[in-house]
Design a protein around this ligand. Sequence first.
Ligand code: NCD
Length: 637
Amino acid sequence: MNRHVLAISDLSDEEIEEIFRQAEELELALEQRSVPRLADGSIMATLFYEPSTRTRLSFEAAMWRLGGSVISAAEMQSSSAAKGETLADTAKVVSSYADLLVLRHIWDGAARIAAEHSDVPVINAGDGSHEHPTQTLCDLYTLRRSKGTLAGLTVAIGGDLKRGRTVHSLVRALARFKVNIVIVPARGMELPEWFLRRIAEDYGYQPTIARPDDLRALARDVHALYLAPAKPHQLTLFTDTEFDLEGRLREAEPITLDALYMTRPQRERGDDAVEENTDYLRVDADTFQDPAMRHTLLMHPLPRTGEISSALDRDPRSVYFRQAANGVPVRMALVNFLLSQRARSAPAQPSRPRPIAPLTGARCANPNCITRREDVTSERRFRVHREPSGGAHLVCVYCDHETPLEVIGNRKSKHYNVFAEPMHGYLENWLRGDTLVIFDSVKQAEEAGFRPYKLGPQKAIMTAEEIAASIDELTEAMLQEITELNELVIVGVKTAGAFIARRMADRIQAARGATVDVGVVDVHGGREGVQRWGAANDEPPLQVDGRLVVLVDDVINSGWTAKDALSIVWRAGRPRAARLAVLIDRGHRQLPIKPTYVGKHLPTAPHERVRVRLRELDKQHRDTVVIYSYVDPKVAA
Ligand code: NCD
């Protein structure tokens, strides 16, 4: 059984100790040029789907220094990935050439997919915004070598805490080693809520939140950073509204800042909303002049992009170059640890005893999660996590993000229900019985052939004639604004939306004698891109570049389906404009999406279900729209 290091939690405290102990020995051996050939005859493969200088070169140097050798596909863009090979296949193949795989990837959770398919240990050298465990080893090692200990230290972490993977691994590790953490995010780049909740649950710890100004104040007029109460590892949470420096000074005991860990804005990870940020903490000689910071180490995983002035480079408190240099002995020790584990064929890593949801229709809510890009063969995509409030959510085992639990079903009875607190018993039972299925939406459940657990009375709210009139009106409203019919593509969301799109195009044909392109998108997986209506499987997708796309769906509610459909369109090309037409708008939006053309506004309650039945889908019936309400199985019983 292979040991992988995908997240910092994959190594126990004792193992980290052991790695550090050996790294110290190796550091000395490097100085004395007497490094034992611990990896003699072994090969490391480095696969980097993203730029890297320090991480890749220090891994490779570490392997060479240990007497091993390295094969590398640094430019993944020019290798098989460019031809569309999956990461799973690449990992499988490359692992047959090497004894160890080091992977850096743009998508969160990529390292776990690689590990599932690799025959040799995988080390995560950074996966999207998720984790970067070996950087954390270098950080901890440097911190401890300088301070002699970890427990009880206070470390402030500044910059882009939302997208910085080094921060995500580091905060987890610091919380574990009982370091007091002060987070100083730039506006819009805060640690995600779910991340803070998880830290609180896993380590019973809540980092202190400070503002960049608090640290600046430190340099100007306060002589220590005061945080209350100074109970080790149990600092009070300061939010902006609670901020009261005077009060803090009166009440609190002073705490010195042992280190300030800065990070750069992760621009390549997108998010235009946070780009122009004047709030970003920048450290210069001034900041570090305060006597209170006499012993404050200045750390950075590098590369820096202006967060730390080069004027501080010669300052003995600046340890960022040492962090980078320590990459070699620390990674040597880690490589040796994994290779010797492998030789000893250590037992499987202990996994946390949490209920596991079998493979389901649900998708991770994180758009950057590898599971949204690549099929996953593993059954263990999610853990179910019960919230104290009574709700529940899924935790993605690949990227750690939370996904709300919307609709659950039973594989055997083929019934589904919208998840609510009284259903916990069912959830647990279905989990145990391995019959649980999870859906993104009621619509997805119904399209998979599941029926509501118990229906309330159904009420028809639109007749066939009303539906036809409504589709005609939608089409007319659209034509009012669109004159260049050859530029238009009507794209239906599979399944009902696609039939409505078809009917709209037919109406244009009948009324104007013009043929309009009709496309279909499938938001529940299936083929990528916009397929031409009725196209054979090998036909190329429809071109949307520079065209006017009108996306069509039967019902809009939360807006998630429309958003997913739009993302598919945007991935397929760059349309000149995209609009949305729906037969029914129910309200209840969770996303800021507003359809341009609406057939009927229908205010509904969340527990109600609106179902559009079309003759194309159900030959026995005429077109109709019905509304009904769920009845909870417990209440029904
Ligand atoms: C970090 C990374 O790649 O996540 N760099 C590194 O490994 N030394 C930090 C960063 O790129 O900002």
